[in-house]
Structure formats: structure tokens, C-alpha cells
Design a binder for this molecule. Structure first.
Ligand code: FHN
Length: 464
């Protein structure tokens, strides 16, 4: 068995996997609750930054910051900016496609788009309430757009006046959020767009020496902004770059490498996904799983990010594409990620006034209720492959504790897990863990005929 590319923790898990690859005899059994959503069909629609980076030379980081990121497993992403003002509508018409792209999709003239700046006034913004909500959802980290592709900055950057400082609200939106998030014990991360439709020196492609000179200035601008973001907002654990696909960036991998080295020089423990690079390698983890999950476990650390509707990251007043994903679906995606040793970000698009819409709020609350009881199956866990596990059941483990998260409850009170040597078992419920009898060290007996949770129920197996 090769250990190349695995962390010590992953390596130590190998003996368990090697010795205990089990066969679940649930495979042929009927299940009680039907599959709720067609994961494959939905996830196949993924667009965006989905191109795979080269993982050949990837070496896992083993330091505490990376170990923490890996153990967190679950985060919240926020897309917020002056595009939120429009909510996916321009000149009385709904614009299809991601609402944060409305300037490009509706071909909004610059002067008209910039006229949103004096309108942006999120007077109901309550970062403390947001942070409490994220905590209650069970998230362990938060990633907020500091600047999206339109170039508008949510902090009072000294590098530009195209920022919240020029709005009626005036005050920085990021530091209060970062402080509130950290006060809740969560980690704070910043999204930063490489693409910038507003900056005069940004170039999508370099076609002349003048372009090269302009782009060099833009790179300096990015560095100066990054310095502000990494040094003036308290500990920032991850910088989430986006928009590496323009030729000006992706055809010259040395630019990303230089930017990455600069970030690391400012913040040595910073966790960086591969979007800082030009598809040539992975950085700390693969961040290319956008609105899709991998089919099988990637060889590297990885993270997926997911919209609540089909494809809108920013606030869209009347999304008329595919509808809202259910809390159960999100819990299944999150569990699926953990069962492939990956992280999962759920995206929110706050309203322009600073509130979070009800559709998002209620979903987060339901996810949080589920996580409160079942989060042990997610946090700090890794993949625990069991062959022939039926669709809708996912296995993770932390040391000798194995978690089976059952989204489709079996139509039987017995569960035989050939190949495992189970010392004790319990079922997680709202009233606390309930012991489950184990026969011959491999068969759980006396399972309730109804699943304790309408979303998914977790069986915990303590292995010998
Ligand atoms: O174009 C962006 C999009 O608006 C959104 O920010 C997503 C989030 O991963 N990233 C880009 C597409 O890959």
C-alpha cells in the first residue's frame, strides 16, 4: 500500500482500512425512504471553475492550521456586493444566470452600474447575528467576498475608492464580521477575485507591451489589497482566490506562484486553495469542485462549494431556474464530502439591506438542528470505505469510531457488516445516544423500524 501524498493522520488510518474493509449486507435490502434528489443529475450541471488542476506533485500539509481546516469540514460562503442591490433584475427584466454576474450578463454600462454605489446602504447588517447563525448551523469557518469580479470592495481599501467607503453606509463591513465570527469560535476566510472589471489596469489577455505594463500595475494593486486584508483584519485563516481562468493569469503560472508566495510571506499558516494557481498544481487543496462533488475520493485535500438555488451566488430576488435545495439534500452533500475526506461550503447571498432571506435562514436552521445531534459523523472525520454500501449511506471515521450516516433507512431491524469487528454500537438521537445490540461482533440488531431523524440518522460503531 502506497502512502505517498498522505498526511500522518491519513497514513495511520490505513491500517484500519486495510484490515477492516467491510462489506455491508444492506445492499440488497429495500429501503424505507426514497432517494430525495437525484444527486448525479443536479451536480452534472456544474459550471464555473471546474477544470482539474494537476495533482501530481501535491504534498499534504501537516501543520496545525491545515489540520484544523481539514477537521472543520463545514463552512459558510457569502457573496455580497453592490450587485445584491439589483437582485438579478435589470430595467424591469429578470436576468438569467448568476446574480453577481449581472453587470456582464445584462451588459450594464459602467456609469449605470457605478450608480449602485450611492444606493448600497445595508443598515440592517448585524454581523453578530450572522456569526451566531453560522455557529448555530454548525459551520466551522466563513468565507466572504471581499471583492468579486465587479471590483467593488466591502472594506475601506486605501488602494481604491470603489468601496463601501463611498456608499451611504461608509463603514467597513469586513472587520466587524471577522471579529464576530471569531468571537463565536469560527475561523474567518476571505474570498478575493483575481478578475476585476473595474480596475483600469486589469486585462483579460495580454496582447501588447502596454497590456503587460498595465497588468503589472494591477498585480501590484492586488498585492497591496491583499496586504490590507491579511494584516488589518485579525487572523484570516484562508484566502479564497477566484477567477483564474482569464488568459492573462492562467497562461503564466509564475504570476500565481508569486502571489501565493507573497500571501504566505504575510501569513505563514494561511490555507490556500488551488485557485491561486493556474491549473498547474493544487496548492494546499483542490478548490475546483464548484456546484459539484467528485465521483470518487480525490487524491488531495479538497473542498466543494454549493449554491442554494441552481446557480446564483449573489442575492437573486426571483430565481426562476431550478428551485431551492432542501436541508436534507445539503446534509447529504456535506456527509458525502466528509465520506470522501473533503470540505463543504454552503453559499448565502445576503440581501442589499444586510439581512439574510428566509429561504436561506430556515435551511441553515434545519441543517444546524441536524448537525447538533449528528455532527460527530462530520467534524474531524475522514473517509472509511466500506464496499457495497448502498446509495444513501455514508461512512466516516475518527480512529476506531466509525460513523454510518443513513439517509435511506433500511427496511429491517438488522444490519450485518461483514469484515468489521464491532465492540459497541449506538444510534445518535435527539434524546442522546441509544445503545444498539451487536451480535457476533458484526451484526447490529434491534434497530428501530423508523429512522430517528427525518433527515438522516447516524450509527456509531466502536471497533475492537
Ligand atoms: O464567477 C464566479 C462565481 O460568481 C462565484 O463566485 C463562484 C464561486 O465559486 N466562482 C466563480 C465561478 O467559478
Amino acid at each position: 500500500m502506497k502512502h505517498k501524498g498522505l498526511s500522518p493522520r491519513q497514513r495511520s488510518a490505513h491500517w484500519i482500512r486495510a484490515a477492516l474493509i467491510a462489506t455491508a449486507l444492506l445492499a440488497q435490502m429495500p429501503v424505507r425512504s426514497p432517494a430525495q434528489t437525484n444527486l448525479t443529475a443536479d451536480l452534472a450541471k456544474s459550471k464555473g471553475d471546474g477544470k482539474a488542476s494537476d495533482a501530481t506533485d501535491w504534498v499534504p500539509r501537516t501543520d496545525p492550521a491545515m489540520a484544523q481546516w481539514r477537521a472543520d469540514r463545514f463552512g459558510i460562503m457569502l457573496h455580497w456586493g453592490i450587485y445584491s442591490e439589483l437582485g438579478g433584475w435589470w430595467q424591469g427584466k429578470e436576468v438569467t444566470g448568476a446574480a453577481e454576474w449581472i453587470k456582464a450578463f445584462a451588459k450594464i454600462p459602467r456609469a449605470d452600474y457605478d450608480a449602485l454605489v450611492p444606493q448600497f446602504n445595508p443598515t440592517n447588517y448585524d454581523p453578530v447575528a450572522w456569526a451566531k447563525l453560522f455557529k448555530a448551523t454548525g459551520a466551522k469557518y466563513v468565507v466572504v467576498t471581499t471583492k468579486h469580479h465587479d471590483g467593488f470592495c466591502l472594506w475601506n481599501s486605501r488602494c481604491t475608492d470603489y468601496s463601501v467607503a463611498s456608499t451611504p453606509y461608509k463603514s467597513d463591513l469586513l472587520r466587524p464580521l471577522a471579529d464576530a465570527v471569531r468571537a463565536e469560535g469560527l475561523d474567518m476566510g476571505f474570498y478575493y477575485s483575481i478578475i476585476d472589471w473595474h480596475h483600469p489596469d486589469y486585462r483579460a489577455a495580454i496582447k501588447s507591451p502596454d497590456d503587460a505594463e498595465a497588468y503589472a500595475h494591477y498585480l501590484e494593486y492586488m498585492k497591496n489589497q491583499i496586504k490590507e486584508l491579511l494584516t488589518e483584519f485579525g487572523p484570516i485563516t484562508t484566502l479564497w482566490f477566484d477567477g483564474r481562468w482569464d488568459p492573462s493569469y492562467k497562461t503564466r503560472p509564475e504570476i500565481g506562484r508569486d502571489l501565493e508566495a507573497y500571501c504566505r510571506s504575510l501569513s505563514p499558516g494561511l490555507v490556500l486553495g488551488d485557485r491561486v494557481r493556474a491549473y498547474d498544481s493544487i496548492a494546499d487543496y483542490n478548490s475546483g469542485f464548484e456546484r459539484k462533488l467528485p465521483q470518487s475520493q480525490p487524491a488531495t485535500d479538497w473542498e466543494a462549494c454549493m449554491t442554494m438555488t441552481e446557480n446564483s451566488w449573489g442575492y437573486h430576488r426571483t430565481w426562476s431556474g431550478d428551485g431551492w435545495k432542501t436541508p436534507q439534500y445539503f446534509c447529504e452533500l456535506l456527509t458525502r464530502c466528509a465520506a470522501m475526506s473533503g470540505n463543504f461550503l454552503i453559499n448565502l447571498g445576503p440581501k442589499p439591506d444586510g439581512t439574510i432571506r428566509d429561504e436561506e435562514l430556515t435551511r441553515l436552521q434545519d441543517i444546524g438542528e441536524w448537525m447538533k445531534i449528528n455532527g460527530a459523523a462530520i467534524y474531524g472525520t475522514e473517509a472509511f470505505p466500506i464496499t457495497d454500501l448502498p446509495a444513501g449511506i455514508y461512512s466516516t471515521h475518527q480512529g476506531k469510531r466509525v460513523y454510518l450516516t443513513v439517509f435511506r433507512w433500511p427496511n429491517t431491524d438488522k444490519l450485518k457488516l461483514t469484515g468489521l469487528s464491532i465492540a459497541r454500537a449506538e444510534l445518535l438521537t435527539a434524546e442522546g445516544p441509544k445503545p444498539i445490540a451487536v451480535e457476533k461482533n458484526h451484526t447490529l440488531t434491534g434497530l428501530p423500524m423508523e429512522a430517528p431523524s427525518p433527515i438522516a440518522s447516524v450509527l456509531v460503531l466502536q471497533l475492537d
